[in-house]
Design a protein around this ligand. Structure first.
Ligand SMILES: Cc1cc2nc3c(=O)[nH]c(=O)nc-3n(C[C@H](O)[C@H](O)[C@H](O)COP(=O)(O)O)c2cc1C
Length: 168
């Protein structure tokens, strides 16, 4: 069971730790078709007078197609017992089969926006901004070369946080 809270109730320091060490699941799509992938790069912040979530997705991810085609995405955080499932979803692509069916996780919807029932925190976002990062925009070219040897830089998506749910 989830209850709705204000995003401000989610403490910033804990969120950074959660994203980088406990990871999150990005899900996008609709009731007919969606896809989920594990992510550990992202942030929660404030711009355009609204709380937002920013995520960074490589061009090779199947989830990117859903992020590009949909106006919404969800971010789900989990208890440690789901770590194995997050590992699986972060090392297998949904391009080839229904990878969520191979986990203990269940797809549910909020106003048609897919998220994961077993999550302890669910953040639902309306996509407001999307942009490819470019090589020229890196102030530190070492950072660019360290991270993008043979691949394009990430695409960033900024979503306005429209709902935040936590497990009761
Ligand atoms: C711990 C962890 C963190 C990850 N973080 C990201 C990330 O922030 N951005 C990204 O593009 N891929 C990230 N990945 C890789 C994707 O989750 C992975 O490539 C996944 O299989 C993509 O699935 P898809 O093709 O179904 O979208 C991460 C993987 C793991 C295991």
């Amino acid at each position: 069971m989830l209850k709705e809270v204000n995003i401000e109730d989610i403490k910033e320091g804990k969120v950074i730790d959660k994203i980088s060490n406990e990871w999150m699941l990005i899900t996008s799509g609709n009731a007919k078709k969606s896809n989920s992938m594990t992510a550990s790069w992202g942030s929660l912040g404030y711009i355009w007078n609204k709380p937002v979530a920013t995520i960074y997705v490589r061009h090779t991810r199947y989830t990117k197609k859903f992020l590009d085609e949909s106006d919404f995405f969800s971010l789900c955080f989990f208890d440690k017992k789901y770590l194995g499932d997050l590992k699986y979803l972060g090392t297998h692509s949904g391009r080839y089969d229904d990878k969520l069916a191979k986990t203990n996780l269940t797809l549910v919807y909020q106003d048609g926006i897919p998220f994961i029932k077993e999550a302890s925190i669910v953040i639902i976002c309306h996509k407001e901004y999307a942009q490819d990062m470019t090589a020229e925009s890196f102030c530190d070219q070492n950072l660019y070369h360290q991270n993008y040897k043979n691949e394009l830089p990430h695409k960033m998506y900024i979503g306005k946080i429209i709902h935040t749910f936590v497990k009761k």
